[in-house]
Design a protein around this ligand. Structure first.
Ligand SMILES: Nc1nc2c(ncn2[C@@H]2O[C@H](COP(=O)(O)OP(=O)(O)O)[C@@H](O)[C@H]2O)c(=O)[nH]1
Ligand SMILES: [Mg+2]
Length: 237
């Protein structure tokens, strides 16, 4: 419980068992519920999370091998607290600073907050190709949606549980990340803001193909902007 609100933290995980104990040890004492959602882990993620006494769910659905979005959707749906926090299970997001992040969320009466990593500190370990990719996607969002978002690919969010159904989450793959921010930022019922954070270095290895994922984001953000055309054309018949 934090400032009279119950708090759930959700971690989507694929093969993060080796460092799960370290990652979970950073979760502040005031958090009421921790949910680990494993997606096709082949290591000890499930056993390790069970041993650490948190709620463990499995969502093994994938799109072309990726289940990041499915895992998030399952976690968010299962979360029972007033405020839901979602973050990568690789130790990159500063869950130890949750009190400050929640103060911003509560003081500003937000319904959705994305924890943006940009601008980066001068000694940032985020690779250049990833920075460039995020810049291109942020520009695409600005041009197509008229929204100034500093970090369209942040993987740490704070959600008002009362409005989670308003987020209309559908993407099971990496595109859940732009989808959740764009749906929040364009929904007049949702008060959206970003909160600056500094990202830590990852525990373990990412198996993400940044070029392939980046291209899929460019296309998805474009198609999503004009999705209503499909509906309009379709509705004529
Ligand atoms: N459930 C699930 N989690 C995944 C999947 N791929 C990656 N993850 C988790 O999602 C988070 C983000 O993945 P990561 O490899 O760190 O990507 P990056 O942060 O973009 O480099 C990590 O906690 C991973 O364990 C997946 O297909 N399913
Ligand atoms: Mg990560």
């Amino acid at each position: 419980m934090y400032r009279n609100k119950t708090i759930t933290v959700c971690f989507p995980c694929r093969n993060e068992g080796n460092h799960l104990e370290t990652v979970l040890s950073k979760v502040p004492e005031f958090v009421d519920e921790v949910i680990v959602i494993s997606n096709r882990s082949t290591d000890n993620t499930f056993e390790e999370a069970s041993k650490l006494g948190v709620k463990v769910l499995e969502d093994n659905r994938t799109i072309k091998g990726i289940g990041y979005g499915f895992a998030h959707i399952t976690g968010i749906n299962a979360a029972s607290s007033d405020i839901i926090v979602s973050a990568d299970g690789d130790g990159t997001y500063p869950v130890e600073q949750l009190a400050d992040i929640l103060d911003n969320f509560i003081d500003n009466e937000l319904n959705f907050m994305s924890c943006n990593r940009y601008p980066l500190p001068s000694d940032s370990h985020i690779p250049l190709k990833l920075r460039l990719g995020v810049w291109v996607l942020n520009m695409e969002v600005k041009i197509l949606y008229g929204k100034n978002i500093q970090d369209i690919l942040s993987g740490m969010w704070v959600i008002d549980n009362r409005l989670k159904s308003e987020l209309n989450l559908t993407m099971g793959d990496w595109n859940l990340s732009p989808e959740i921010k764009l749906n929040a930022a364009t929904n007049p019922k949702i008060k959206f803001a970003e909160n600056h954070i500094v990202q830590h270095k990852r525990h373990g290895e990412s198996h993400q193909n940044y070029w392939k994922t980046g291209l899929s984001h460019v296309l998805w953000i474009f198609m999503n902007r004009f999705a209503f055309l499909k509906y309009k054309i379709g509705s004529k018949y």
